[in-house]
Each structure stands twice: as C-alpha cells, then as structure tokens.
Design a protein around this ligand. Structure first.
Ligand SMILES: Cc1cc2nc3c(=O)[nH]c(=O)nc-3n(C[C@H](O)[C@H](O)[C@H](O)COP(=O)(O)OP(=O)(O)OC[C@H]3O[C@@H](n4cnc5c(N)ncnc54)[C@H](O)[C@@H]3O)c2cc1C
Length: 289
C-alpha cells in the first residue's frame, strides 16, 4: 500500500525543524531513519498531515562521549553507535544491545533516538535507557527539557513527548566503577523483535561483593520494567549469590501479555532464565573490570 498524503518538510537547520514541528502540532511527525514510521504509513496505521524530515540536520548526528556517559544525537544511526570503540569503552551495554536490534541494513538507517521516541516495549534501547537511568532531551522553539527514562516511557508506543516536540538527543550514563552489564534475549529468528529480553547491571565493592544488581525487561510489560534484585542476591561475592532467587523475583514482578508468539507462562519462564543468565554475565564482567 501507499502512505496517505502528507506535506513533506525538509528543514536545513534545527530551528527550521522546531518551527515546522511546532506549526504542525498534533498533526506532525518526525521522520528519522523511517524504519518504523514508513511501514506504519504504508500500512495506514499512521496518517500524519505533516512529516518533518530531520535527515539533513548533520548537527544532530553527533555521538559525544562525555565524562559521565554517552550523549547520542537524534540522527546517530544504530550502526554508528554500535561500531564506535569509544562508545563501547564508555558504556558497553549500548553495543551489547544494539547487536540484537534488527538486521545490519536496518541498523544502518534506524536511529537510537528514533527507537526511544517510538517507545516500543519490545525494543532493546528503551530497556537500556531505563536500566542506566538515562534521559531524553526534548526541544521546541525556545524551550528544552530533559525527561528521565522512568518518566519518558508511559505505555506501548507512548511517551512523555508532547505534540510539537523533537527529541534532540539521549543521554546514557556511564556504568559505576567495578560494574558489568549484559543483554540476553530470545527471539524466533536472529534480528526479530525479542519474545523476552533482559538487560542487567551488577556492581561490586572493592572486596568483590555485590553492591547492586538491577535488570530492565523487554517485551514483558507495557513499558520497560526495572527490577532491583539486590536484596535477592544479597551482598555476597558473585560465585555464592543466589541468582535463581533474583530470577524468581523478576518473574513474579512482571505482567507479560500473551500474543501469537508466546503465552504468558512462556514469557514468565523466559524472564527467569534470561535474568539469571544476564546477571551472571554482568557479574563476570564486573569481576574482570
Ligand atoms: C524488519 C524490522 C525489524 C526490526 N527489529 C527491531 C528489533 O529487533 N529491535 C528494535 O529495537 N527495533 C527493531 N526495528 C525498528 C528499528 O530499530 C527502528 O530503527 C527504530 O524503531 C526507529 O528508529 P527510526 O530512526 O527508524 O525512526 P522512524 O521510523 O523514523 O520513527 C519512529 C517513530 O519515532 C518518531 N521519532 C523518530 N525520531 C524522533 C525524534 N528525534 N523526535 C521525535 N520523534 C521521533 C517518529 O515520528 C515515529 O513516530 C525493526 C525494524 C524493522 C523494519
């Protein structure tokens, strides 16, 4: 099918883009990589009257490694972030997750910030931002605000972004010292959206005892679900931690839905298995840090 008619805007500066979006209000949509929006338009599941294409705004393609983390501009492609050694050193979870996002051709076009703006609970990056307690920077003419991940994702394909706002960047905080991260998921085929996925972060003290253990869940609720399992694993060395107890805590906490691919019981089972695997991986990385 062909998309419904729309007015196409091709701004040459951020100011022009913000003006075009503000003018369009609730009838406007940003076009970034187009990997989610174009199929929605072609299937006529979305019908914005105005499309504001940000692909000419080179200033939004920056990926900056700052002292406290990584700031990813709205036009930075998945592949650009995934391949950056500097980013991988500053925040390894980004590469660990991006490798699981779709296929290389899609990662060449799709953007990290576009994925966050799309707010699909089956996508990897919203869980990454939630686990790391990152934020999204939103702009409109004359105003900029940062929204924390925990407030940004409000439901399936819904976010705190208001009509007329552009997500200009996202900030992924650096991991704490002596910590490790991991991402595990199960998909029917490599590159498919995950049936269930878990991002994990484990931090240790100088005696290599666990000080914190948290996970964020993919495809296991309407938004990325953040679960702190520090109490379940205790303040013990990773070798003697009760990872199975953490897995049970996560499986009990989530409220997955059934669909044609998986039952509620299967998703809950996957959540437990993946939690244990991801936490063990993250703890191993933390010990080696
Ligand atoms: C076959 C296939 C498989 C895929 N598999 C996965 C997967 O396994 N995991 C995964 O996470 N993703 C997957 N994707 C989606 C892919 O990662 C997209 O790139 C991503 O979801 C959206 O990024 P985009 O830049 O293409 O955004 P677009 O498609 O351009 O936009 C998506 C939505 O976000 C809005 N938007 C985009 N950028 C901004 C911005 N800066 N400010 C405000 N609003 C904005 C748009 O208006 C639109 O509503 C898949 C896509 C395809 C086609």
């Amino acid at each position: 099918m062909k998309p419904p008619p729309f007015e196409y805007h091709a701004p040459r500066s951020l100011g022009e883009a913000l003006d075009a979006l503000a003018g369009a209000g609730e009838h406007g949509k940003v076009l970034a990589g187009g990997q989610s929006l174009i199929p929605l338009l072609n299937m006529r599941l979305a019908a914005p009257a105005h499309l504001v294409d940000i692909n000419r705004l080179a200033e939004l393609a920056a990926v900056d490694v700052e002292p406290g983390g990584v700031r990813v501009g709205a036009l930075a492609r998945h592949a650009q972030v995934e391949r950056s050694e500097e980013v991988a050193a500053a925040q390894p979870l980004l590469r660990q997750a991006l490798r699981l996002v779709a296929h290389p051709v899609i990662r060449n076009r799709g953007t990290v910030v576009g994925s966050l703006a799309h707010a699909d609970p089956a996508a990897e990056l919203p869980a990454v931002l939630t686990l790391l307690r990152g934020s999204v920077r939103l702009a409109r003419p004359g105003a900029v605000r940062d929204v924390a991940a925990e407030d940004f994702f409000t439901g399936p394909l819904e976010s705190a972004m208001e009509a007329g706002e552009l997500a200009v960047s996202a900030f992924f905080p650096a991991p704490p010292p002596r910590s490790g991260t991991a991402f595990r998921e199960v998909a029917r085929r490599h590159g498919d959206y995950a049936l269930a996925g878990i991002a994990a972060l484990v931090a240790l003290d100088d005696d290599l005892r666990i000080t914190s253990a948290t996970v964020a869940c993919v495809s296991l609720g309407p938004v990325p679900v953040l679960v702190d399992v520090t109490d379940a694993v205790g303040h013990r060395p990773p070798d003697s931690a009760d990872w199975a107890s953490a897995a049970r805590a996560v499986a009990d906490r989530i409220e997955p839905e059934a669909d044609i691919h998986a039952t509620v019981a299967y998703r809950r089972h996957l959540a437990g298995v993946l939690t244990e695997q991801a936490l063990r991986d993250a703890a191993r990385e933390a010990v080696d840090a």
